[in-house]
Design a protein around this ligand. Sequence first.
Ligand SMILES: *[C@@H]1O[C@H](CO)[C@@H](O)[C@H](O)[C@H]1NC(C)=O
Ligand SMILES: *[C@@H]1O[C@H](CO)[C@@H](O)[C@H](O)[C@H]1NC(C)=O
Ligand SMILES: *[C@@H]1O[C@H](CO)[C@@H](O)[C@H](O)[C@H]1NC(C)=O
Ligand SMILES: *[C@@H]1O[C@H](CO)[C@@H](O)[C@H](O)[C@H]1NC(C)=O
Ligand SMILES: *[C@@H]1O[C@H](CO)[C@@H](O)[C@H](O)[C@H]1NC(C)=O
Ligand SMILES: *[C@@H]1O[C@H](CO)[C@@H](O)[C@H](O)[C@H]1NC(C)=O
Ligand SMILES: *[C@@H]1O[C@H](CO)[C@@H](O)[C@H](O)[C@H]1NC(C)=O
Ligand SMILES: *[C@@H]1O[C@H](CO)[C@@H](O)[C@H](O)[C@H]1NC(C)=O
Ligand SMILES: *[C@@H]1O[C@H](CO)[C@@H](O)[C@H](O)[C@H]1NC(C)=O
Ligand SMILES: *[C@@H]1O[C@H](CO)[C@@H](O)[C@H](O)[C@H]1NC(C)=O
Ligand SMILES: *[C@@H]1O[C@H](CO)[C@@H](O)[C@H](O)[C@H]1NC(C)=O
Ligand SMILES: CC(=O)N[C@H]1CO[C@H](CO)[C@@H](O)[C@@H]1O
Length: 699
Amino acid sequence: MMWLEGIQKLRPVLMSVLFILTSQGANCRLVVSPVGSTLVNALAGTNVTLAVSYSGASDPVVTWFKGTLPVGTWTINTNFPPDIANDSRSVLEIEKDGSLTFKDVPQHFTGSYTVELTKSGHGTVSVTFNLNIYEIIQNVTLITAPQFAQEGAERFTLQYNMLQGVVEQEIWRFNGRDLQNSTHYLMEGTSLVIFGPNRTDKGSYSVTLRNPFSSMTMHKNVTVLYGPDEPIVEALPIQPFYKAGDSLILSCRAEGFPLSIPQWIFGGKILSDFHQGVLNLTNVQTSQGGSYTCSVLNEMTKEKREKNVTLKVYDRPLGSPICSVVSVNNSDLQYQCKWAGGTPEAQLSFPALSNISSGAGTFSLTVTSSANLRDITITCLAEHPIEQNTCNITAKSPRNFLPTVKTSVDSDGKIAVTIRCVSEASPQAVVSWSQGNESVITGSTYQISSDTTQLKIRSHNISTFLLAPNYTCTCRNPLGNQRKLLQLQGPTISDSSLFPNQDGTIITLTWEVPPTSVVTGFDIQMKGPDLLSHGGDYSVPKRSSKEYRIIQQKPGYARSTDVFLLDPDMTYRFRIIPKARLTDGEPSEVHRIGPGDGLSGSAIAGIAAGIPCSILTLTLLIGLIFLIFYHHKKKSNKTRYPVSRAVKTTQPKAASHNILNGGLRPPPDYNSLHQTPSERSVTLPMFVPPAPVRVATTV
Ligand SMILES: *[C@@H]1O[C@H](CO)[C@@H](O)[C@H](O)[C@H]1NC(C)=O
Ligand SMILES: *[C@@H]1O[C@H](CO)[C@@H](O)[C@H](O)[C@H]1NC(C)=O
Ligand SMILES: *[C@@H]1O[C@H](CO)[C@@H](O)[C@H](O)[C@H]1NC(C)=O
Ligand SMILES: *[C@@H]1O[C@H](CO)[C@@H](O)[C@H](O)[C@H]1NC(C)=O
Ligand SMILES: *[C@@H]1O[C@H](CO)[C@@H](O)[C@H](O)[C@H]1NC(C)=O
Ligand SMILES: *[C@@H]1O[C@H](CO)[C@@H](O)[C@H](O)[C@H]1NC(C)=O
Ligand SMILES: *[C@@H]1O[C@H](CO)[C@@H](O)[C@H](O)[C@H]1NC(C)=O
Ligand SMILES: *[C@@H]1O[C@H](CO)[C@@H](O)[C@H](O)[C@H]1NC(C)=O
Ligand SMILES: *[C@@H]1O[C@H](CO)[C@@H](O)[C@H](O)[C@H]1NC(C)=O
Ligand SMILES: *[C@@H]1O[C@H](CO)[C@@H](O)[C@H](O)[C@H]1NC(C)=O
Ligand SMILES: *[C@@H]1O[C@H](CO)[C@@H](O)[C@H](O)[C@H]1NC(C)=O
Ligand SMILES: CC(=O)N[C@H]1CO[C@H](CO)[C@@H](O)[C@@H]1O
């Protein structure tokens, strides 16, 4: 204003100078120049003047243009007021020196203004100004679209809005760092675009807006939704598997924002007892083994991630593996191995037989039988994660054996003879039975046990057993066979003895029968005076002491008996009659006890003394005794069972040995072979007998 007033004061001086110039030379040029800068910044609502000065002519015509549009014109120093454009009249004024003044300038008067001075004869000159009108920046807000940044989205935009203000400069910052246009950021207009936002874009954003008269900064915290990432699942302690009863924890973690607490799902059910994704498993059981799923959810985006972990809980199989070998169709060998239970089942194999096949829990392998396998121990390898074990099995061909014979009487009165052929073998031997050349067929007479080891023959008639051809049993397994020939014998005593007590009042009789003999019971016979008192539960018929009479009857399994209350001063004779039901067998040898008509010690001494002169007498005496004995024996012989030729021609004991061993082997030790108690000698009686007395009848 001072400047304008100065010009006003100097005006007469300037006018006189102009007058002198114009009067001195008519051809002076018109000149116009800006007073000050042609770039003018102003705050809206203030008064602004675009000031010019001119020379070279007086009272030129002044015309102001906004851009190319005239906004006012005036011929300086005329009486007419300046002609101002209708819509600008309240704002624009042309000063007397041609300057343009804006009163309370509104913002939209920003633009480029040109003044043109024209004077006829002096031409036209012009000057251009740039006027920028600014407002104070106010009420800026920073908004985002969409509301939340999300990882994986195409773009995320921050935008500022303001109620008022003109921005000359804007600066975007992220966590205090100035941002530049790049592939990731684009600053355009009022917005900042982030391409492909991710979790690293989370943070504080700001925009600073500036003009020459004000500046303003706005902040915005941006959160980025992301995840859940692939969960990290762990079982601790880290082990390839867990044993039943172990304790462990399962943990699950995942990256993301905002995340729910991880959930554990097992067998389709959501487990509830865990903290912060850690599942605490104490005393785990095999039923808890399997696939566990950890599920994580982003609560905002509803994105869900799952991760499975397989928990192996193992338990040892029961006991130990069991090996066996069986025959298949009696020609092949099937090796079997079994180890039951366990989780998982044990893996079983016979490495010696096959290195490719194996089985779980149970395993069997069939191989063609060959001599290479005989007596060879085959090991089954049983592998379980917790324990390795083995079992062994040896295939054996049937071993040598002796058949046994057991006789009983059935309820219907038939004699039942059971022949048993058991040969130690692995696989168990199958027994085939034949009689002569014909195989035995199960029927009313013959019955073969389900395991084939026993043949039961039933008949009323003892001759069925004795006249029949020899029986053969063949024990067979894939590795070989053993064949035995067996001829049944009638009731027979193979050996017998008598043991008296010290007083000579009690005796014990013991006897044996050949193993192939058919015996259902025994009669104990005695010859001599009556027993002193009848201690037994049978009554002895009073008979002549010259004859044998039955004093006891014993069952087929009996091998000894006691006879009580003998008179030590008397002489008794005993013998045992083996019986097959009603049929008697050959009696045993006769056992004698008591002084009787035997030779006393003194008699023997006397004889010894008189030997030289009495040899003839003695010979006669022996002859007499022999005659008596022979006569008696003939008389006591009863009708016997029909004796087969074989029985007659063979000595019982020797025959049995020949049959059983094919005449090739030494006499068998029956006690070491399978025998029923009835075939074994019973234990001796309780009192201690003296040494067996070979009585004088044999002399
Ligand atoms: C602008 O000019 C008008 C009239 O000439 C005056 O009334 C007003 O006070 C001025 N405004 C300022 C801010 O100087
Ligand atoms: C603008 O901001 C001022 C002060 O910062 C406030 O008083 C006024 O109400 C705001 N106006 C609007 C429309 O928000
Ligand atoms: C960024 O690029 C846009 C468009 O190309 C442009 O309008 C803007 O001025 C640029 N901003 C900066 C700060 O370079
Ligand atoms: C996030 O984006 C930036 C810029 O594009 C990139 O450099 C960075 O590797 C990305 N990070 C992830 C985790 O994707
Ligand atoms: C942004 O976050 C920081 C720290 O988390 C906080 O101090 C500031 O007030 C927040 N700003 C806004 C605008 O929310
Ligand atoms: C798991 O549970 C057992 C017993 O309930 C407790 O002693 C143990 O500290 C727990 N372990 C964890 C990691 O929570
Ligand atoms: C996880 O296990 C569940 C069931 O056990 C199954 O449905 C799902 O497909 C599994 N997921 C993966 C990734 O293996
Ligand atoms: C073994 O017996 C089965 C039937 O039990 C039969 O199918 C198979 O052919 C027989 N194998 C041999 C080698 O005899
Ligand atoms: C099995 O054993 C045979 C001979 O013993 C051998 O040649 C073969 O390679 C083995 N096979 C495997 C799978 O080990
Ligand atoms: C089986 O035999 C092998 C050697 O042949 C032996 O080491 C192992 O102890 C045996 N296993 C059993 C259970 O007897
Ligand atoms: C039974 O076998 C014996 C001895 O091998 C033999 O002497 C006898 O003749 C056979 N008997 C029959 C009936 O075959
Ligand atoms: C160009 C224009 O609009 N001129 C108008 C200005 O205002 C006067 C009256 O105020 C009108 O008569 C003009 O036509």
